[in-house]
Design a protein around this ligand. Structure first.
Ligand SMILES: [Zn+2]
Length: 110
């Protein structure tokens, strides 16, 4: 069975909930049993959430490259390209974060 702490969202995979939450120390009564559908949604979402996480880990490096290219200022076309990269990467970052936030709010997280 799968349980979720209603206080801190820690998942618990045992026949019964813990006596107290190992993360937030709330009493075990704060654990809610997840339905099969809720658990399947969490499992199904893990791969995609991992992809978003990997994308977000790459973004600081891409931003750094774009900023270095802008600062280098070899020529106008390169600067324009690096500015575009910076804009696009910022869009990817914000969109990926928005998707993850939506997943958390719709039970596609855990
Ligand atoms: Zn907890």
């Amino acid at each position: 069975m799968h349980w979720k702490c209603s206080v801190c969202n820690l998942l618990w995979h045992e026949d019964s909930p813990p006596e107290s939450c190992p993360k937030c120390q709330s009493p075990g009564e704060k654990y809610e049993k997840l339905s099969a559908e809720a658990w399947q949604l969490i499992e199904r979402s893990r791969f995609t959430n991992g992809l978003h996480t990997q994308l977000l880990c790459l973004i600081p490096r891409l931003k750094d490259l774009a900023e270095k290219g802008i600062e280098d200022d070899l020529d106008a076309r390169c600067v324009a390209l690096f500015k575009r990269v910076l804009e696009d990467v910022t869009y990817w970052e914000n969109s990926s974060k928005a998707e993850l936030n939506g997943h958390v709010n719709r039970g596609k997280w855990g």
